[in-house]
Design a protein around this ligand. Structure first.
Ligand code: PLP
Length: 347
């Protein structure tokens, strides 16, 4: 089989969530948007539910409907994008909780889903989603009369603990929600690490569950193994891959492995990324193609039948950094082609 394998450690996911929970002052939700950051919402959400998670956040009503079908009636499912045109039936039928982020959404919610649960999203400075402080002044009373179940905002710089934006947003959130006796939420993974004054009633970690930065001391969740399709010897002066961008300066043994940029291994990862056989790292040579990558395996004294891209020696964060990106983007870019295997054993 030429398909690469992504092994996902559900036990590590559970333990990472428990760790975030133990660090949080009050309730801890789980963010499983974008197919649980690319790892598979069905298996990941079930594992977290088994571990005791009862509050989930997703990006869209469609994701919420899917999650409801997976987890059944009990958990609360919050929708970050709120109540968009066309969402009304999904929100009603799947009992979702939209996080209303504009006056337009507020009037839609109050007209079409009166008496249904909803939350409010305030903008405290990120300028991405949420009701603006000035607008909040004008709609606060009306909104509160509809009994929202949650008031939340999102931090722009929580992964930089020393950034002054954090305290600015904290103070703005406090001012906007002062004397309001409704559940409040401000912190995602980074906010949990900033300390208890950021936690309020509910934290909303995502990336920490999946074992990536800014979370620290968490368990790795993913291993990626890629089959070797062909191995060949080349002479000094021969080239490998599209565009002849790499020329061998000596005799080399080259393996061609079965994955490429269609699997989220973007061409820019090439320079600094290695493929591992046990603890031996072998460099990528030549351009990464859509489905194939050349690897210099000269250092190995045998022919491997597969090589590892992600393991404890080369973490998601390390690959992401080498490619000038972040773990979030690497994970959600993995694509559909991997054979995803779920295990409770350490990966
Ligand atoms: C994605 C997201 C989260 C989770 O953030 P992490 O950094 O992955 O923990 C929390 N809240 C909002 C509004 C989000 O968009």
């Amino acid at each position: 089989m030429a398909t690469a394998t992504a092994t996902i450690d559900l036990n590590a996911i559970k333990q990472n969530w428990q760790k975030l929970r133990s660090m949080s002052r009050n309730d801890t939700a789980a963010v499983v948007k974008a197919n649980a950051y690319g790892l598979g919402i069905k298996q990941v959400a079930k594992a977290l539910y088994d571990e005791g998670a009862r509050l989930f956040f997703v990006a869209t009503a469609e994701e919420g409907a899917e999650l409801r079908s997976i987890l059944g009636k009990i958990p609360e499912i919050y929708i970050f994008s709120g109540h968009m045109v066309g969402d009304t039936e999904l929100i009603r039928n799947y009992n979702l909780i939209p996080l209303i982020n504009s006056i337009e959404q507020l009037s839609r919610q109050s007209q079409l889903l009166k008496e249904k649960k909803f939350g409010v999203q305030l903008d405290t400075g990120m300028n991405r989603l949420g009701i603006e402080p000035m607008e909040w002044e004008t709609v606060k009373e009306f909104t509160l009369s509809l009994n929202p179940v949650l008031i939340m905002s999102h931090l722009a710089c929580a992964d930089e603990p020393g950034h002054k934006m954090n305290t600015t947003q904290l103070n703005t959130f406090r001012t906007l929600t002062d004397k309001i006796n409704i559940k409040k939420s401000l912190a995602a993974t980074g906010g949990i690490l900033l300390g208890p004054e950021y936690h309020f009633d509910l934290t909303r970690p995502g990336i920490g569950i999946y074992g990536c930065s800014p979370m620290k001391n968490c368990l790795p969740v993913l291993k990626i193994e890629i089959p070797v399709i062909q191995i060949r010897d080349i002479k000094s002066g021969e080239t490998v891959g599209y565009g002849n961008t790499w020329t061998s300066t000596s005799k080399k043994r080259i393996a061609t492995i079965s994955a490429g940029y269609a699997d989220g291994i973007f061409r820019v990862v090439g320079q600094r990324t290695k493929l591992y056989f046990k603890e031996i790292g072998c460099p990528i040579v030549g351009r990464i193609s859509m489905d194939l990558i050349g690897v210099d395996i000269t250092r190995l004294n045998m022919d491997p039948d597969k090589l590892e891209l992600i393991n404890s020696l080369q973490t998601i964060d390390k690959i992401a950094e080498g490619a000038g990106t972040i773990g979030y983007e690497f994970l959600t870019s993995l694509g559909h082609r991997y054979n995803r295997k779920y295990t409770s054993e350490t990966v």
